[in-house]
Design a protein around this ligand. Structure first.
Ligand code: UDP
Length: 482
């Protein structure tokens, strides 16, 4: 087949937080940069959040040149003990198990793809891509600071690592803010998990290019560090491109998915502008029973209007709902965990939604004025692009670094402090919510976050920094393909 187009295959690892930015990248590559794109949506049998998945897939169904293939769901539960292995290991294993299907689909394509783009959990697909003579890219669906840590990982000596982990000294990253031990990704001694991270980082450094879901003006210092061939950029084989902020776009005319969605948005329509605090802990975040009750009391104390996505509590796993909707997911019995009388006392000022809510739509709604978030990077970007300041409540993965970035560097959030025993108490919750919603400093945060919203939109516009980055990447692919 004779064509001047580039055909790229994108692999989205399990989890809405990985799928959403991958789909948005696919959309931009087709609509702005002339690519044909096939996205493989890798499914685990226990994968949750079907609503958002079907809405994402629906949104892409009429985009010319964008094709979605959902892989047969894979069950890794007999190969890995979920109670004894990190979330990342389960995601990576699901990717590995899906590879034979992906390979055979690629081999049967009439227009053979020349580019493979994977997220950081999909690097086991890179040898296949090289074998098939494809260019290789990794899309880090997070920010430049996190990318910097990952890129530097293979260079961190055992000594520096042990000083960080054992003496709780900050981890020094060239050209970037150091990572405090409290925010670290590595809170356990050197072991198989750490080795796995290092190997993955080496794979990422070996690709033809790295894309990150951030933009130059949001993180000028860390972006310089990772792109500059004199700083961290020298460890990467190919260029590093900031191409964000890529978030799910909310179409005003989009059909509302469910009764729940109507109920929330109709309720928001009746509230004053910027008067509602939204609380949600991502696609997998879960709190303990004590914490859930404390949060309810904290909300009452704050005296603010609210929309709260309530999950079934989980005692020892902060991301219990990520792979398993039955743990921490929806269902009306979830609300039974709330303190007695809470729902009736707050029925005039707030709503509790079991399990899942249309987050992008809620954040975009003019009545929403603040967001209590677990700081998953998609949630962060959705909040910034809606001009909504945050209360950060990080739970897992790189979320503590994200919280620090938001509160200390960007000045668009305040941080909920965890007391000894791992609980954020009600007074603390009320205080941080009021700082964002009521206090003078909340006004300054609101102004700042709206400036970043404008700068993010500018980055994506024609000749904007992220648009230019993706154009360069596209040209590179064409040249290599020619
Ligand atoms: N999300 C949603 N409704 C919910 C919870 C989450 O629509 O009730 C979406 C949210 O808008 C975001 C994604 O799920 O796009 C979660 O991604 P993020 O990176 O914030 O966190 P993760 O779930 O990957 O930890």
């Amino acid at each position: 087949m004779v064509t001047t187009k580039t055909h790229a295959v994108l692999l989205a690892s399990p989890g809405v937080g990985h799928l959403t930015p991958t789909v948005e990248l696919g959309k931009r590559l087709t609509t702005h940069h002339g690519f044909d794109v096939t996205i493989f949506v890798v499914m685990a049998t226990t994968d949750s959040s079907d609503t958002i998945k079907s809405s994402l897939l629906q949104q892409t169904s009429n985009i010319n040149g964008l094709n979605i293939i959902v892989t047969p769901p894979v069950d890794v539960s007999d190969k890995i003990d979920p109670s004894d292995s990190p979330l990342s290991a389960r995601i990576i294993l699901t990717m590995i198990e899906s590879l034979p299907f992906i390979r055979s689909e690629i081999l049967s394509m009439k227009f053979p793809p020349s580019v493979l783009i994977v997220d950081i959990f999909g690097t086991t697909a890179l040898p296949m891509a090289r074998d098939l003579d494809m260019s290789t890219y990794v899309f880090i669906t997070s920010n430049a600071w996190f990318s910097a840590v990952f890129m530097y990982l293979p260079l961190i000596t055992n000594e520096a690592f042990s000083i960080h982990v054992n003496n709780h000294e900050p981890l020094l990253i060239p050209g970037c803010e150091p990572v405090r031990f409290e925010d670290t990704l590595f809170d356990s001694p050197w072991g198989p998990t750490h080795d796995g991270f290092v190997n993955n980082a080496k794979n990422i450094l070996s690709v033809d290019g790295i894309l990150m879901n951030t933009w130059q003006d949001l993180e000028p210092v860390a972006t310089k560090a990772v792109t500059d061939k004199e700083i961290l950029g020298r460890f990467a084989k190919g260029p590093v491109y900031p191409v964000g902020p890529l978030v799910r776009t909310v179409e005003p005319e989009e059909k509302r998915e469910s009764e729940n969605e109507n109920l929330i948005l109709d309720w928001l329509d009746r509230q004053p502008a910027e008067s509602v605090i939204f609380l949600s802990f991502g696609s997998g975040g879960t709190l303990s029973e004590v914490q859930t009750r404390e949060l309810a009391y904290g909300l009452e104390l704050s005296q603010q209007r609210f929309v709260w996505v309530v999950r079934r509590p989980s005692e020892d796993d902060a991301c219990a709902a990520f792979f398993d909707e039955t743990k921490g997911g929806g269902g009306s019995t979830v609300l039974d965990y709330l303190p007695e009388g809470f729902l009736s006392r707050t029925k005039e000022v707030g709503i509790c939604i079991p399990g899942w809510a249309p987050q992008s739509e809620i954040l975009k709604h003019p009545a929403t004025g603040g967001f209590v978030t677990h700081c998953g990077w998609n949630s962060v970007l959705e909040s910034i692009l809606s001009g909504v300041p945050m209360v950060t409540w990080p739970l897992y993965a790189e979320q503590k670094m994200n919280a620090t970035l938001l509160s200390e560097e960007l000045g668009v959030a305040v941080r909920a402090t965890v007391a000894e025993g791992g609980v954020v108490f009600r007074e603390q919750i009320a205080k941080q919510i009021r700082r964002v919603m009521v206090d003078e400093e909340g006004i300054a945060m609101r102004i700042k976050v709206k400036e970043y919203k404008v700068s993010g939109e500018k980055a994506l516009s024609l000749f904007g920094s992220s648009h230019e980055s993706l154009s360069k990447m596209a040209k590179e692919c064409q040249v290599r393909n020619a």
